[in-house]
Design a protein. Structure first.
Length: 198
C-alpha cells in the first residue's frame, strides 16, 4: 500500500484538506508528488547519521515523534513551525523546500503556493507515522532493541520502494533497504537538485 493511502486511511489527508480549504483529491495528488522528496530527505538523514537508522529514530523523536502526526490530525490548527523544523532538518534550507514544492507543482498540476503550505504538514504526517511505526516495532518483544531499528529500516525501505518490489525492504543492510537507484523514480532527480543546493 502506498503511504498516501495509509495517511488517507488515518485521516491525515482529510485534516490537511480541511485546514487549507481544498478538496481531499487535491491534497492526495499533492502528497503523492511531495512524499518521495520527503522520504528521500529521511534516507539522506539515515545515511548521514553515524548510527544509521538508530540515529534517524532518535532524530525523529527529537523533532516531535508520533506527536507530529497527532498535531496534524487534531481538530486544532496545525503547528506548522514543527513541520518547518522537520523540513529544515531533512532538506537543510528553505531553497530546497521551495525547489521540492516547485517540482511537485510540475508533477501534480497544482499551484506551487498550495504545495508550499502542504509541505510542512505532509512532512509532519510522514515523520509522525514513521516514528509511531518504528516505535511499535521496537515495543514488540523481538529479542532486544533492534526490533525498532529493523522496523524503521524496513518501513523506510518499503515506503521508498512504494510497495512495488516486496523484497526490497528485507535485503542486506541499510544501503539495500534504502536503495533507490535504477527504479525510474523521479525522486532521484529531486535528490540531485537537493544535493546541488546544499
Amino acid at each position: 500500500m502506498q503511504i498516501t493511502d495509509i495517511l488517507a486511511q488515518m485521516g491525515g489527508l482529510q485534516s490537511v484538506a480541511r485546514e487549507l480549504g481544498v478538496n481531499e483529491s487535491q491534497v492526495a495528488a499533492g502528497a503523492d508528488a511531495l512524499i518521495p522528496a520527503i522520504l528521500g530527505g529521511f534516507k539522506k538523514q539515515a545515511q548521514a547519521q553515524p548510527t544509521g537508522l538508530e540515529g534517524l529514530g532518535g532524530l525523529l523523536g527529537q523533532l516531535g515523534g508520533g506527536g507530529l502526526l497527532d498535531d496534524v490530525l487534531s481538530p486544532q490548527p496545525t503547528h506548522v513551525d514543527r513541520g518547518n523544523d522537520v523540513l529544515g532538518q531533512i532538506f537543510g534550507s528553505k531553497d530546497v523546500s521551495r525547489a521540492v514544492a516547485t517540482n511537485a507543482a510540475a508533477q501534480s498540476g497544482l499551484d506551487a503556493s498550495l504545495l508550499k503550505k502542504m509541505l510542512p504538514m505532509v512532512a509532519m504526517l510522514v515523520a509522525g507515522y514513521m516514528q509511531k511505526q518504528g516505535g511499535a516495532a521496537q515495543a514488540a518483544p523481538s529479542g532486544g532493541g533492534l526490533g525498532g531499528l529493523g522496523g524503521l529500516g524496513g518501513l523506510l525501505g518499503g515506503l521508498l520502494g512504494g510497495g512495488k518490489s516486496g523484497g526490497q525492504a528485507s535485503g542486506g543492510g541499510l544501503a539495500s533497504m534504502l536503495d533507490l537507484d535504477g527504479d525510474g523514480n523521479p525522486l532521484d532527480d529531486i535528490l540531485n537538485v537537493i544535493g546541488k543546493m546544499r
